[in-house]
Design a protein around this ligand. Structure first.
Ligand code: FA5
Length: 368
């Protein structure tokens, strides 16, 4: 109950209101108190206080007027009191309702103003993403081989042992399978699947699909159970190369690789071939490039040798042609498989291959 309205705590008798005029004067006083109170209401909270103070069932002003003025009054005064009370109630209820609408409208207006867009404000600058360094390297290598007339093809990352091993001249139990520590997919025995350990299965799939001549590169992910260290990942990228035609020689291979290394690492980079072994090439070689971190002087990245191995390669073993229906007496060719992640760290002088997979934006931002 509003503090400045003690009159509603008293009866009409106590107030000495014994004529309809005096009663009307009392109602007028109450009404003017209310009018002041309702204009002072400015928000939802003070509106609730006003409503409870005036319309509250037990202690609201109107309830007190009913209890203290109307109920105790005798038949002579009752009609005047009743009329006064009805008028007051009608006025109070409609004014309170009116005020509620005003307050709601004001709140809605404020919310709309807060949402209004100021087109003159400067925009929020969003950092543009960049292609990952490995992807950039893949694409750069692709461009070099596209210029040499190679086509780019894709292949599945989940392979059958037939393509990953057998057709590459490694029958079951062939010891060379141990060269690649393999992830096996959990499938029932006769339908064994592996995560490809290299991109070489695509040599077979490509030759199965088309007659010679073939000139393709195959970029993609490969998987091995290798322990990660500064030069090893268990998921990395290779680019397979395959060129098969009537009279391709080892000299063609050397020329192609030298061209590639000069384009990719620069004219001062040199290559060397070391004899090696792969079941699907004969002869086989490993290709080293001069370490560009130390220009061949020897450093941590090249383990003090001055050279970094960048690919395995060789002339396609005639036995492989048997798996794809090519005539080994008519065709010859070379194949190679290069480690893209290794080439990326070599080119950019990164001393730990694992940063390529950590996706630390502070690292990635250095290669816009
Ligand atoms: C192969 O995978 C053969 N398929 C390559 C090949 C293709 C030979 C065609 C002949 C003809 P190798 O296991 O050496 O070979 O891997 C090729 C390259 O992949 C390596 O030179 C190296 O650059 C890269 N590499 C190998 N293991 C890892 C690894 N754990 N992490 C990152 N790069 C690797």
């Amino acid at each position: 109950m509003p503090e400045n309205l003690p009159i509603v705590e008293q009866t009409l008798e106590q107030l000495g209101a014994d004529t309809p005029e005096r009663v009307a004067a009392l109602f007028a006083k109450v009404r003017s108190e209310f009018d002041q109170a309702v204009t002072a209401v400015s928000d939802e909270v003070s509106w609730h206080v006003l409503r409870d103070g005036w319309l509250g069932r037990k202690a609201g002003v109107l309830a007190l007027v009913t209890d203290n003025w109307l109920k105790p009054s005798g038949p002579a005064m009752k009609p005047a009191v009743g009329r006064g009370l009805n008028e007051l109630r009608g006025h109070v209820e409609s004014a309170i309702e009116e005020r509620r609408k005003q307050i709601e409208a004001q709140a809605a207006e404020r919310a709309a103003a807060a949402e209004r867009i100021d087109f003159s404000l400067p925009g929020v600058e969003r950092a543009l993403g960049t292609r990952h360094l490995v992807r950039q390297t893949l694409e750069e290598i692709e461009r070099i081989f596209l210029r040499l007339g190679f086509a780019v093809v894709d292949g599945p990352e989940i392979e059958t042992p037939y393509y990953n091993f057998e057709a590459l001249n490694m029958p079951e139990f062939h010891p060379a399978r141990d060269m690649w520590d393999t992830f096996y997919v959990d499938t029932p025995a006769p339908n064994q699947l592996v995560l490809r350990t290299h991109t070489s299965p695509m040599q077979i799939r490509t030759m199965e699909r088309q007659p010679p001549p073939v000139r393709v590169i195959v970029p993609g992910k490969v998987y091995r159970r290798d322990n990660p260290d500064a030069s090893h990942l268990f998921m990395f990228h290779q680019i397979e190369g395959l060129a098969v035609d009537n009279d391709i020689t080892f000299a063609d291979f050397k020329g192609t690789i030298e061209f590639f290394v000069h384009e990719f690492l620069g004219k001062s980079a040199r290559t060397r071939l070391r004899p090696s072994y792969f079941p699907f090439t004969e002869p086989s070689a490993e290709v080293d490039a001069t370490c560009i971190v130390c220009s061949g002087r020897g450093c941590r990245v090249c383990k003090q040798t001055g050279w970094l191995e960048i690919m395995g390669a060789g002339m396609v073993d005639p036995a492989v042609y048997g798996f794809v229906g090519y005539d080994p007496k008519k065709v010859s060719g070379f194949a190679f498989g290069m480690g893209v992640d290794r080439l990326a760290i070599l080119k950019y002088g990164i001393d730990d291959i694992q940063v390529l997979m950590q996706n630390d934006v502070r690292f990635l931002r250095q290669f816009p």
